[in-house]
Design a protein around this ligand. Structure first.
Ligand code: SPQ
Length: 425
């Protein structure tokens, strides 16, 4: 195993707000009546795309630094935008806003950057069309034009677990003429359901694996405090586990059980994790401390993926430092993110001399052989999660490496380098 001269990462940091919850706080604040306040809103490029889209749709949003304040317009108060809505790089903005616009009686056009324009949109346009929206796209990709209006309720079984698809249908179903039932193959993150329960408890009912949406109820503005993003905390939890001589405490991490798969795998691997200061609220949070240690290999399959879908690149890095062969399967969804994350990790880890094999639906990584940097010019594929994973990996090699398009971190974690510097000082 290549050892470095690093002194380890030590200290306490507070990570920025959760990206998924920040998007939803703007969406629900916009379509409720009254005022919604949002503390610890994530000011990353993706969440600012959602904020700008709702301003373009006529919602008054005041961003005062420590708090975002929205004057909700209700489900029928949005106005047609005067130009195309720019979704930037954000899949969450695109898919959730599509669901909402499917029920609005005007035409909307959604555009995005080159990466977003390659991502599949039929997964939302198909069910929304079945409900009655008229949607045109370029072979299932952006730009997409939505002619919304009267929608019928739907009974829809998702072909793959996806919080974005589920949330798009929920937002459309709130505007339908009758109830809708949504069934997921396995549970994806449930931030939309939790937030809707707070804004309008009568609108949503959970029946086992089924979500039933009852339209016709007003949503009431709320005071929201966004917990820290576990997907951002994960970089420090993994760095703390694998960079020798490290001890890191990450404060105020969201520990919604539909997101904590990374903690389960770290525990299976024998990582030194301590969870303290648990706060039980609509979105639970806690402080998490990790100390570097020897790690065992792991195997995970399809049923584990939804709770750690955005952490798979980091799991591959953990595996590359474990004492044996690890296997990740059932993760084909990774091919449809900001990059093809299975291919990106396999190619870039190979440059670092990591023993890794790409499967159609996953990765096999042998953590035992030493790393030997074969090519120091790494590529993030303009994908924030690949960029940050490679940065953590680079802490474990002595040779200097470069990471192309590292500034993609602005998508979810604009202060990543500042936090890294703090843990290194
Ligand atoms: O918004 P975007 O670009 O899709 O963001 C990603 C990420 O890595 O930040 C995925 F690329 O997270 C998704 C996540 O993978 C955010 C999300 C949500 O907020 O609902 C759900 C997941 O996607 P999916 O397709 O499983 O619903």
């Amino acid at each position: 195993m290549a050892e470095t001269s690093t002194a380890g990462l030590t200290g306490t940091i507070t990570i920025p707000g959760d990206k998924s919850i920040s998007h939803r706080s703007i969406i629900f604040g916009a379509i409720s009546t009254g005022t919604t306040t949002v503390k610890n809103f994530l000011r990353s490029a993706d969440c600012l795309s959602t904020m700008q889209a709702f301003r373009d749709l006529g919602v008054n949003i005041d961003d005062q630094g420590d708090q975002v304040t929205l004057q909700g317009v209700g489900l029928t108060g949005l106005k047609q935008a005067s130009a195309a809505l720019d979704m930037g790089n954000s899949g969450t903005s695109t898919r959730l806003i599509s669901g909402l616009l499917a029920g609005q009686p005007f035409e909307s056009r959604l555009v995005g950057d080159a990466s977003l324009s390659k991502r599949p949109m039929r997964r939302v346009s198909d069910p929304l069309s079945q409900m009655g929206a008229k949607i045109d796209s370029v072979n299932g990709h952006l730009p997409m034009t939505i002619n919304g209006g009267s929608l019928a309720g739907i009974r829809y079984e998702l072909p793959v677990a996806s919080a974005q698809v589920k949330s798009a249908i929920i937002l459309a179903a709130l505007q339908a003429s009758g109830p809708s039932t949504i069934i997921e193959p396995s549970p994806s993150r449930d931030h939309t359901e939790r937030m809707l329960t707070a804004f309008s408890p009568k609108s949503i009912e959970k029946q086992g694996q089924q979500i039933v949406i009852h339209p016709g109820y007003d949503l009431q503005g709320q005071a929201i405090t966004v917990p820290g993003d576990i997907s951002s905390a994960a970089f420090w939890l993994v760095a703390g586990a694998i960079v020798p001589n490290s001890s890191i405490t990450v404060k105020n991490v969201g520990i919604n059980p539909t997101r904590t798969g990374i903690l389960t795998v770290l525990e299976q691997m024998g990582a030194n994790l301590t969870i303290t200061n648990r706060q039980d609220q609509a979105e639970p949070s806690a402080d998490i401390t990790v100390t570097s240690s020897d790690l065992r290999p792991f195997e995970i399959g399809a049923e584990a993926i939804p709770a750690l879908v955005d952490e798979v690149p980091l799991l591959a890095l953990l595996a590359a430092r474990a004492n044996g062969i690890s296997k990740i399967t059932g993760a084909e969804e990774l091919r449809f993110k900001e990059s093809d994350r299975l291919q990106a990790i396999s190619q870039e880890f190979t440059k670092l001399g990591i023993t890794i094999e790409e499967l159609p639906d996953g990765l096999v990584i042998d953590g035992r052989p030493s790393w030997h940097v074969a090519n120091p010019n790494l590529d993030s594929y303009q994908d924030h999660r690949i960029a940050m994973t490679l940065k953590i990996a680079s802490l474990l090699v002595d040779e200097p490496v470069t990471i192309k398009d590292f500034d993609s971190v602005r998508i979810s974690y604009p202060t990543f380098l500042t936090d890294l510097a703090q843990l290194r000082s």
